[in-house]
Design a protein around this ligand. Structure first.
Ligand code: ATP
Ligand code: MG
Length: 405
């Protein structure tokens, strides 16, 4: 008899595979890990990315090598797929809306559009009753001139297209603020008050089309030069009451968007005394990403359901179960900076350490600041995992000062 393997997924006669194809807009490493997760569950995959050598395109069954707004390319993707997601937030929201006319698309275009714009994103946080950094929207010279004193020192961030700390200027005085806006070509920006950070953390939420929500444990993140460097996840990495509040805030942000898919919400935990003296709350939301996130990569090795499997499940309308962390984890990001000229880092020495999981994204060229891969360390205790991660960091020439952040 012809038996459906999964709800909505028909088995091909005489085949062990299914015939449902899942598509992804964007062919970077997040798309590649989505493709791996989808294929592991028996789905076919299609990737739309203009780059013929994109990390995800190279491992997918189908690759549509077109621009993100190319009507032809979008039509090809829609023809190949039953359901389509995105792996980067700057995918044109109108392309998602276009695809949604004929296919299941998640996350929804309206949620992606909000996440693409820092001003809209902050307005959404405020609507959800979740505190964010005090800020001002700067779109005109008048708005720039009337910025309140208490927002300085601050960080001027372009409202759109920022990532990995790009499009951001730290400013202390008004003169610096004016100069920074010029340097950013007077693009629409938000000025955020510089906050006294104690630590940074993030929460990854998955919400199904039926409204069911699950989340990964709270991740503690260390950034260097505006780029995520280390993620640590284990009980107590973030003080328990704050972790609970961060999870509740992330869930309400997803709920408020009627979100479907995987959403990452980043938070700042502030130094309690400094926050109090400045009249600030101790936990504030930073930003959200409408997709799996670098800080959730550890879940592939340390959780029974990874963030990419959650993305597959939400897209294919499969049930969501609460992921369980089965090992403490430390993830080190591997940027192109550690690639020696004409060679590769000492993977043999790193992989000789227990509980190391190496993920490389298949990028041909290493460049400074380019995300080439990550290393997750798992083990039987927090101390063991941290000690091994510190050893791996030393082998790779990375700072090993993350333990105890
Ligand atoms: P990504 O998309 O890679 O997460 P981004 O370019 O969107 O990064 P943000 O998350 O806004 O940038 O900021 C990058 C880092 O800069 C933060 O993780 C934090 O370390 C620091 N930072 C940002 N805003 C503030 C602030 N208001 N006060 C203090 N530090 C901040
Ligand atoms: Mg960020």
């Amino acid at each position: 008899m012809h038996v459906p393997l999964l709800p909505g997924v028909q088995a091909q006669k005489g085949s062990t595979t299914t015939e449902m194809t899942l598509g992804v807009m964007g062919g970077g490493q997040l798309g590649r890990m989505f493709v791996h997760a989808a294929q592991r569950m028996g789905f076919f995959t299609a990737v739309l990315d203009p780059d013929a050598q994109s990390p995800a395109g190279r491992v997918s069954h189908h690759h549509v090598p077109s621009g993100y707004t190319d009507a032809n390319g979008l039509q090809q993707l829609a023809l190949a797929c039953s359901a389509i997601t995105t792996e980067f937030e700057n995918v044109p929201a109108e392309a998602l809306a276009q695809l949604a006319l004929s296919r299941t698309v998640s996350p929804p275009a309206h949620a992606v559009a909000i996440a693409q714009d820092r001003a809209q994103e902050k307005a959404h946080f405020v609507r959800c009753g979740v505190a964010c950094a005090p800020y001002a929207v700067i779109e005109t010279a008048e708005q720039l001139a009337s910025v309140a004193d208490h927002l300085l020192p601050g960080i001027l961030k372009t409202a759109r297209m920022g990532y990995d700390g790009k499009g951001q200027k730290r400013v202390t005085t008004r003169a610096e603020l004016f100069a920074a806006w010029e340097q950013l070509q007077q693009a629409p920006c938000v000025l955020e008050k510089m906050l006294p950070l104690q630590l940074e953390c993030s929460v990854i939420v998955a919400r199904g089309a039926d409204g069911a929500c699950v989340h990964l444990p709270v991740q503690r993140n260390l950034h260097r030069d505006g780029i995520l460097a280390v993620t640590e996840v284990y009980d107590g990495a973030v003080p328990e009451p704050l972790a609970r509040r961060a999870i509740a805030a992330a869930l309400s942000i997803a709920e408020g968007l009627q979100y479907v898919g995987v959403l990452c919400v980043e938070f700042f935990l502030l130094h309690a005394e400094a926050a109090k003296s400045q009249g600030l709350p101790d936990l504030v939301v930073n930003e959200m990403a409408p997709r799996p996130h670098n800080s959730g990569h550890y879940s592939m090795d340390a959780c029974d359901v990874s963030q990419f499997e959650l993305q597959v499940r939400t897209l294919a309308q499969l049930p969501l179960t609460q992921p369980r962390l089965h090992s403490p984890a430390v993830m080190l990001n591997l940027l192109g900076d550690i690639w020696p000229d004409g060679g590769v880092p000492a993977w043999d020495k790193v992989l000789a350490l227990p509980g190391t999981h190496l993920h490389l994204y298949g990028k041909a060229k290493a460049a400074k600041g380019r995300k080439m891969g990550h290393l997750t360390v798992t083990g039987s205790s927090v101390d063991a995992v941290r000690a091994t991660a510190a050893q791996a960091a030393r082998i790779l020439g990375l700072p090993d000062d993350f333990a105890g952040i």
